[in-house]
Design a protein around this ligand. Structure first.
Ligand code: BES
Ligand code: MN
Ligand code: ZN
Length: 508
């Protein structure tokens, strides 16, 4: 389910490059396209630059042109990639480099090895180019018969042209490879069809993948979930012949400086249950476990990078199916920690499984808890398909948004308006899983908030509440449009980089 094949990233001086294809950047300058490279002989560069406009090269983002080798140049294939508008000093920012590198490597699928001669003269620029390459070299081929997709295999070797010494470039490339592998592992899991990925097989894949690493894993099966009162996960999973699971993964380095808990929604398929979705809305619902996949990948990356922060990840897995054993709208469930939930709409299942896991996660008193979930269609209405909605305690919410900015991911802070809370009142249980429809992303957040620290004694949790943030990735986790930059179609792996960056920031 998780591919072991990822591209090899190698730092090179220009003279050491062996790849037959070289990628150079073109910026959109105020007076037309500008070639941004010293990889070509001066004469060839001058000749090429004067032809750019006639070739239709604008230097815009996602523009990739393939040209034959130029005279005096060592490469039979020259690839121009757009960097977009240049800044005042004629340079491209890190995110522009990351996207351009990704777009180039992605469009070069079918070419075995390529050299990137993009601006990579500082560790942060090299990191951006390397990350873009690692993210752009992706294809999901696990379910096509061998040889079915000739010419489309992702680039397998990327030579990064940089003047930096190995002592500077090696840690940068190592980190980029770990990050790329983490994002692509999420893509693999999310793209895996629900015929093959269901709670037990998802849990097994996590266990198998972490074997031999220092990450500790515990899996609760349906019997253990019942014994420990995880009524939310069990309730949502009860309509499926494939029973639910809760998985806890932990990176606990000696001398950890902080403890961050992560909680992920792991609905391996969301039919809506008895509150059945219409067919068109179900087409992407294999992606409803993207939050859990993200949590797994972030914990694995934190361990691989030896970040000195303890990270506990909670993956709440269930398949939401309609059947004679499924939940009925108006059934009441008792969550871990004792709170009761009246399930008025079985399609609002994510918040119910997340509730159980949030209680368990905060029972351990982490310094912060963050949850990641494909929680609401309202997220797409509010913020569109590319921005993650971030809610929760203001300081942590803003820390997430800042970490996203630093990582080059799109996230936007949203409030949890107080007036939404009463819309979740139930006449028979502590709370209902359905509330105000308008601003539904924020209503869902108001529901989740009730379960943060819900298992702790009241006096203790008012004294030291656990800071909490909620990331709704319903839209950005799955790209239904054309690929762009380093983002493929289908599963994207969004928020892995943001969360790894946030955790690294907690190391001080
Ligand atoms: N998994 C969906 C949310 C979703 C929708 C994710 C579209 C990705 C794309 C979630 O379980 C759901 O069905 N939410 C309902 C909640 C409603 C019944 C309160 C929704 O958004 O319609
Ligand atoms: Mn649903
Ligand atoms: Zn769902």
């Amino acid at each position: 389910m998780i591919s072991q094949e990822r591209p090899t990233l190698i730092a090179r001086s220009l003279a050491e490059v062996t790849a037959p294809a070289v990628v150079v950047g073109v910026g959109a300058g105020p007076d037309g396209p500008l070639l941004l490279t010293d990889a070509l002989p001066d004469e060839a560069a001058v000749a090429l630059e004067s032809s750019l406009e006639l070739l239709g090269v604008k230097g815009r983002p996602d523009e990739v042109h393939r040209l034959p080798g130029l005279s005096g140049s060592r490469w039979p294939l020259l690839v121009l990639v757009g960097l977009g508008d240049l800044d005042q000093d004629g340079g491209a920012d890190d995110e522009a480099l990351r996207q351009a590198s990704g777009a180039a490597v992605r469009s070069l699928a079918g070419t075995q090895s390529v050299a990137l001669a993009l601006p990579a003269d500082t560790p942060s620029r090299l990191a951006a180019v390397a990350e873009g390459a690692a993210l752009g070299a992706y294809a999901f081929t696990a379910f096509t018969s061998a040889g079915d997709t000739p010419g489309r295999a992702p680039v397998s070797t990327v030579e990064l042209v940089t003047p930096l010494p190995a002592s500077a470039s090696e840690p940068v490339l190592r980190r980029a490879a770990v990050i790329g592998d983490a994002v692509c592992a999420v893509r693999d899991l999310v793209n895996t069809p629900p015929s093959h990925l269901y709670p037990a097989s998802f849990a097994d894949a996590v266990v198998a993948d972490l074997e031999g690493t220092d990450v500790d894993v515990r899996v609760w099966d349906e019997t253990q979930l019942a014994a420990e009162g995880f009524g939310g996960i069990l309730g949502i999973g009860q309509g499926s012949s494939r029973p639910p699971r809760l998985v806890r993964v932990e990176h606990a380095p000696a001398g950890a400086r902080a403890h961050v808990a992560l909680v992920g929604k792991g609905i391996t398929f969301d039919t809506g249950g008895i509150s059945l979705k219409p067919p068109a809305s179900m087409m992407t619902m294999k992606s409803d476990m993207a939050g859990a996949a993200t949590v797994f990948a972030v914990v694995r990356a934190a361990a691989a990078l030896e970040i000195p922060v303890r990270v506990t990840g909670w993956l709440a897995m269930a398949e939401n199916m309609p059947s004679d054993t499924a939940l009925r709208p108006s059934d009441v469930l008792t969550m871990h920690g004792g709170k009761t939930v009246e399930v008025m709409n079985t399609d609002a299942e994510g918040r119910v499984v997340m509730a159980d896991a949030l209680v368990a996660a905060t029972d351990e008193r982490p310094d912060a808890v963050l949850d990641v979930a494909t929680l609401t269609g309202a997220q797409l209405v509010a913020l569109g398909v590319r921005h993650t909605g971030v809610m929760g305690d203001e300081a942590l919410r803003d820390e997430v948004v800042a970490a996203a900015g630093a990582a080059g991911e799109l996230a936007w802070p949203m409030p949890i308006p107080e007036q939404l809370r009463p819309s979740l009142d139930s006449r028979v249980a502590d709370i209902s899983n359905m509330g105000e429809r308008f601003g539904g992303m924020m209503t869902a957040a108001a529901f989740l908030r009730e379960f943060v620290d819900a298992g702790r004694p009241v006096a203790e949790r008012t004294e030291s509440p656990t800071p909490w943030a909620h990331l709704d990735i319903a839209g950005p986790s799955f790209n239904e449009s054309a690929a762009y930059g380093y983002t493929p179609r289908d599963a994207t792996g969004t928020m892995v980089r943001t969360l790894v960056g946030l955790i690294a920031g907690r190391a001080g």
